[in-house]
Design a protein around this ligand. Sequence first.
Ligand code: BDP
Length: 720
Amino acid sequence: MRHLLAFLLLLLSVVVPQAARADTGYDLWLRYQPLDRRQADAVQHRAAYLVAEGNSPTLAAATEELRRGMSAMLAPHSFAVAGSAMRNGAVVIGTPQSSPIVAALGLPLAKLGAEGYLIRSATTAAGARITVIAANQDVGVLYGVFAFLKRVQLGQSLDNLDIADAPRLKVRVLNHWDNLDRYVERGYAGQSIWDWQKLPDHKDPRYTDYARANASIGINGTVLTNVNANADVLRPEWLAKVKALAGVFRPWGIKVYLTARFSAPIELGGLKTADPLDPKVAAWWKAKVEEIYRVIPDFGGFLVKANSEGQPGPNDYKRTHADGANMLADALAPHGGVVMWRAFVYAAENPDDRHKQAYTEFQPLDGKFRDNVLVQVKNGAIDFQPREPFHPLFGAMPRTPLMMEFQITKEYLGFATHLAYLGTMWEEALQADTFRPTRGWTVARVLETPVEPGAATGMAGVANIGSDFNWSGSQFDQANWYAFGRFAWNPEARAEPIARDWAAMTWGSDPAIVDPIVAMMMGSREAVVNYMTPLGLGHLMATGHHHGPGPWIADLARPEWNPVYYHKADAVGIGFDRTATGTNAVAQYAPEVAAQFGDVKRVPEQFLLWFHHVPWDYRTRSGRSLWDELVTHYDRGVGTVAAMQASWEGLKGKVDDARWSEVRDFLAIQRQEAGWWRDASIAYFQSVSKRSLPTGHAAPPHDLDWYKAIKTPYAPGNGK
Ligand code: BDP
């Protein structure tokens, strides 16, 4: 008996600590799991110890990350930081300035720019086989170290390495829509991670992990505050807090930016106006910017939402967006800062198709912005819908740096609980051909090509980060943060290999794990499109929080707030006529694109109802009527979610239980909400089309009024 007790206690002592260490997902894709023995031996043969010369904060960060990652993955082998003695298996990191060894190798670094890196296998004069991670600047070394760690995580060979890589865009930033009270607009992952109340005196260690994660995917800037801006962050006591964050991020190559509320000169400066052409206003901003740079010498600049959804801006004074942006740009230019000026505008009293308004307002301003202004354009002309055609401004402002704005947080794609990998959506947008000036000028190419040598380029992602253990509100939403960084580094990247890298690093490199996860991810966004907004529909979500379906909503003050404005379903048919017989929004695209989108026979069916109003019995490419096709898409969407659930069941026991269970629960929520979308949408559109359901497709279990009565006023993330 006593033996049995002792045995049970022993068992408990083994089991309990493991259970207590349930995996939360906090480590993101930087899990550095131990390699199996065979792999560890092979890696150790190539990478046994680290030689790091030089002692800048960035090189120290790179050194520590390499030591941390390699010693975890190589255990029980060690991976020590050693002096400069060169034996087989040395990993040498540095720049020609920091490291005499790197300098002596005479590496071809010139083409790599400030942030690129090179990873090479080399042999010293004395015959030692070493690996060199080198760059022109320390931050390039840091990126090279993360690339090297990724290779090891993915089990890729370290033999005969000759890798050179550099980012294709300069400004690669997250946009946090975080308010100063830690509420995150469109946030589904808890409170803002910026604990302003405790800053600057307490710096949460999480800030460092945030910086590590971003640096690992090449993100080099972060806008800390919401585009719906609060001028208070520009006050001295707040700048001290911003300075503290900037200090944590700096070694990781990350600059801080702030949103600038256009009326700040009135609110903080006591001026009577914020007119950008008023010298007193310009002087106020100039002094404010000088103050910021005294506190944060490498401050990145401002992000501005002006004259959009109630925000103040230059139009209030009959000035253009260029007048407003240039005034701020002039204040920032002497310090090397930039202005990211958003093109997301649609005016309250403008009756024109919302799709057209940003182009109408910004395109004529091409060439009128200062060099340090980037115009930040959302991927589509409406608003981060599950699917939109690319924004017509891309390619249409050849003399103005345009940067992409993607939304990583899934405001319109099911919040945190719907599994939707956005890599496929972003690849689709980036690979769209603008035909400006000619065929082959994809959105990616437009973004990558500086308007003149040295001009700014960039990409922004609206962050999905909050203080949840798992950072992003769900395990799979981490993949969207990860993918954003990869696309910002290289807009020509592809969604599938990115998903593969992420899955292997996050869940385990066994193909029996990676393959089903990648398959789930690759089909996931299309599932959301199918059960929410198939065939080019868009903006059918419930009001305000955008949670759940609301295609029937027709009573909001402004026409373009109402879902009925977007689908225009009536007894005859459905869809928004944006051709020459309608609003002619297609004319904002290059003629080749306009001809395709504008022709009901040639438009990709995924955009059919975005550009055309077609009868319910219109014959689609499958041979089915439009009505039958619509119903088929809804069911396909729900079916894909059911298939994801089945795949996930197959991974039980192959990945850790804690994360597995969370994903299982979220998929169940998604399945239920996909059904809700499908049923409510069919019930509503059927009330308009008066058609019966095609055979094999079940009627919604409730009548339309039942779905209309569902209200979720406390759904998270609504603006306030
Ligand atoms: C919309 C969001 C709103 C944002 C706005 C923007 O609903 O919360 O403020 O975009 O991008 O998608 O400014």
